[in-house]
Design a protein around this ligand. Sequence first.
Ligand code: 5CA
Length: 162
Amino acid sequence: MPGELGRSARAVQEALDAAGLELRVVELPASTRTAAEAAAAIGCTVAQIAKSIVFRASGSGAPVLVIASGANRIDEGVVAELVGERIEQARPDFVREATGFVIGGVPPCGHAQPIRTFVDRDLLALDEIWAAAGTPHAVFRLTPDQLTVLTGGTVASVGARG
Ligand code: 5CA
């Protein structure tokens, strides 16, 4: 049996269970706070890390979640166009309020409120990917198709490699 998960990781596991997906949150001793650290801890490529970046729509103040390949820089202009208003990178307290999780652990699902979500098209070319699971030590493995189902997100070309 795997060890007991902490509260935040458990909340993500419960969201995965509620979605009817057989996905398992794992807590690792090494940090998974950044895409590079997560890839090193897991033993996968940085491109396989599905990083969760929260933005704030400038006019409405609504949160926007972009789940992108860890190898990609996000083109904020593309995201703004999709959202229909200007966006800015969210501050850490905004991220925590909007999602219920701290930066470095923001998962693609199980948020404090529904969040408009976009999924980087580059992730769809991969067989398996890894996402954060609530804390900077927790992750889970999934397929790109499972990611789109889980998030209800819109697939878009939001990434610029490099
Ligand atoms: N656990 C890994 C993936 S498994 C993870 O969460 N990586 S991440 O890239 O999705 O999360 C870190 C992201 O949070 C960074 O890419 C960055 O966009 C954002 N971030 C980091 N520090 C700050 C900050 N001070 N303010 C706003 N956003 C930040």
